[in-house]
Design a protein around this ligand. Structure first.
Ligand SMILES: [Cu+2]
Length: 346
């Protein structure tokens, strides 16, 4: 009697599966899913700072392999609840865990800083909703929904591929649109500088914008100095400001120093702080090495955290005293083609 009932149940179950193919997931092998990290235009000036897509539904036991597709670096990282977002991304969560690691919420997993065509795989053995973060870009995160193996999934791999393509296109087109906006902002900034002093020019060091999605946040960045060649006269001053809420840049003349986060100047020059908080150097020769350190947009205030000083520096200022041609780069994004030139006339 007992055996018969089991057989009968088995038969009903098989008939049920045949009638509802979606439920065939019940008996499917564990699946690997594919997603991408970052994205860029052909000239690398426009960067999608995003997990694409940034919200994915999978079954417990499935894995996801992320392929990195931008020249800018990112990480795939899962922190544990309550863990502090680490300051130094090169350490991983820490430490860096190998591709193929499992994340069930009990201990963090993290790739190293990865770039073009590298991959990283994570296995998710346990149901739960997990936040995926990038340790390089704080406002780049998403959600992985790991469901019980009996639950239906809303999308298949082809849908995610399509979503990734659509989102990438939208982000890069936005960056394109903002280039024009940035050029307009640049002329506004020039007018503003002219009010302060008739011997001042401004350069926009990067533009970006953050957008929320149901899964997290993503952004695009225009990784360029807008109007990157400026011509001035000896004694004039140039101001660089960063209009990207996500990505920091540097303004670096000569040799890139070991410490890229702090300002420096050599030989026989200093970087001081002006009364308005801008970092300021005066350089007298094309052979000097001048480095701004990290120039970034102001950090937002967070509820529950004490008010900090106005930091980091948002503006770098150089007074040029000697005629000549002064090429410079962003020490972080030189590889993406982020450079410029100051031509100083007598
Ligand atoms: Cu940069």
């Amino acid at each position: 009697m007992k055996i018969r009932r089991t057989l009968q149940a088995g038969f009903v179950f098989a008939a049920f599966l045949a009638a509802f193919p979606a439920l065939a997931n019940l008996v499917q092998a564990q699946q690997n899913w594919n997603a991408t990290v970052g994205g860029q235009s052909a000239d690398m000036s426009r960067q999608a700072v995003a997990f694409l897509p940034n919200e994915i539904w999978i079954h417990a036991g499935d894995s996801i392999t992320w392929t990195f597709v931008s020249g800018d670096i990112h990480t795939v990282t899962f922190l544990t609840t309550g863990q502090v977002y680490p300051f130094d991304q090169t350490q991983g969560c820490p430490p860096i865990t190998p591709s193929g690691s499992s994340f069930d919420g009990s201990s963090c997993v993290s790739s190293a800083d990865l770039t073009l065509s590298q991959t990283y795989q994570v296995i998710f053995p346990k149901a739960g909703n997990y936040e995926i973060v990038c340790l390089v870009h704080a406002q780049m995160f998403g959600t992985i929904h790991v469901l019980d193996r009996t639950a239906p999934l809303p999308y298949d791999q082809a849908s995610y591929d399509e979503q990734a393509r659509e989102q990438l296109k939208a982000l890069l087109e936005d960056a394109d649109r903002h280039q024009h906006h940035a050029e307009h902002q640049h002329s506004m900034a020039d007018m503003f500088s002219a009010k302060l002093s008739s011997h001042k020019k401004s350069v926009t060091a990067g533009v970006g914008e953050i957008a929320a999605t149901a899964g997290g946040q993503q952004s695009f960045s225009l990784v360029r100095f807008i109007n990157n060649t400026v011509t001035i006269h000896a004694g004039d001053t140039v101001d660089w400001t960063n209009l990207d809420p996500e990505i920091g840049h540097t303004i670096t003349f000569g040799t890139v120093p070991q410490d890229t986060f702090d300002p420096s100047c050599s030989p026989s020059c200093v970087v001081s702080t002006d009364p308005d908080g801008a970092l300021h150097a005066t350089i007298t020769s094309t052979t000097q090495n001048v480095h701004s350190g990290l120039i970034a947009a102001l950090l937002e205030d967070e509820p529950g955290f004490p008010q900090g000083p106005v930091a980091p520096p948002t503006r770098f200022r150089i007074t040029f005293t000697t005629p000549g041609t002064y090429p410079y780069v962003c020490a972080f994004h030189d590889n993406l083609g982020m450079d410029g030139e100051v031509i100083v006339l007598p």
